[in-house]
Design a protein around this ligand. Structure first.
Ligand code: PEP
Ligand code: MN
Length: 263
């Protein structure tokens, strides 16, 4: 079902008017985690103003340490829904299990399956059954083939609204958090009709590298980007060092504009 041989034209996923795929370049932005009403609403208004289409914010956080902040759960979902009502942005949050999936369905426009759950086959099937559009992140060390087979699990349940997200892979390099596999974009485009976006924030772990790689995403033909943005990155409860301030995000959007006209 994922294959370009089965379906030759690009899939375009329509999230109530926001189209992902084809020639569209969409921008998903927002904090790593929903931390408070104030933090999220400020972020939502700022990214909307700068031109983002979809708001991200984790309500359930799959953290490396069990002692790190784990997310506000349903309270976080309520805040996301409030931000959608205020700004008109679509909203996406990561689900990590059946509990968070069931709870999120009533609130969000899209669900995200994170790198750590890319091969959680039971969760992939459940996400497929839910019928919600899914952003499927590439696993930490997943091959292109494994990633596409993960998408196949979702589609095999009748849910064809899958968006792939390259977020960097594990390599020997330690200067960046992960290594962005930019070649994944044209490779996936050849193999599959599904849209693919790039997350330059988790790919690098460093906000300085986010803008250059966002430009690369546009140039290489990705269907969009997912960027972490925080009203106060220094105070962020997670992923502050890779988060853009609202001002820096707005500059990024300005710098993308002339490039998108060139393409
Ligand atoms: C995220 O987008 O918040 C996240 C946890 O990303 P990843 O699954 O790519 O690590
Ligand atoms: Mn994050």
């Amino acid at each position: 079902l994922v294959s370009r041989e089965v379906k030759s034209e690009d899939s375009v996923i329509d999230i109530d008017g926001v189209k992902i795929g084809g020639d569209n370049f969409i921008v998903i932005a927002g904090p790593c985690a929903v931390e408070s009403r104030d933090q999220l609403l400020t972020a939502a208004e700022g990214v909307k103003e700068a031109g983002a289409h979809i708001l991200r914010g984790g309500a359930f956080k799959p953290r490396t340490s069990p002692y790190s902040f784990q997310g506000l759960e349903e309270k976080g979902l309520e805040i996301l829904a409030e931000a959608r009502d205020l700004t008109g942005l679509k909203i996406v949050t990561e689900i990590i299990d059946a509990y968070s999936l069931d709870m999120s369905l009533a609130y969000v426009d899209l669900i995200q399956i994170g790198a750590r759950n890319m091969q959680n086959f039971h969760l992939l099937r459940q996400a497929g059954k839910s019928g919600k559009p899914v952003i499927l992140k590439r696993g930490l060390s997943a091959t292109i083939e494994e990633w596409l087979m993960a998408a196949e699990y979702i589609m095999s349940e009748g849910n064809y609204n899958v968006i792939l997200c390259e977020r960097g892979i594990r390599t020997f390099e330690t200067a960046t958090r992960n290594t962005l596999d930019i070649s994944a974009v044209p490779l996936i485009k050849g193999l599959s009709h599904l849209p693919i976006i790039i997350d330059p924030s988790h790919a690098t772990g460093d906000w300085h590298l986010v803008t250059p790689l966002a430009k690369a995403a546009l140039a290489v033909g990705a269907n969009g980007i997912m960027v972490e943005v925080h009203p106060n990155p220094l105070q962020a409860m997670c992923d502050g060092p890779q988060s853009l301030s609202l001002k820096k995000f707005s500059l990024l959007m300005e710098e993308l504009k002339p490039l998108s006209q060139l393409l």
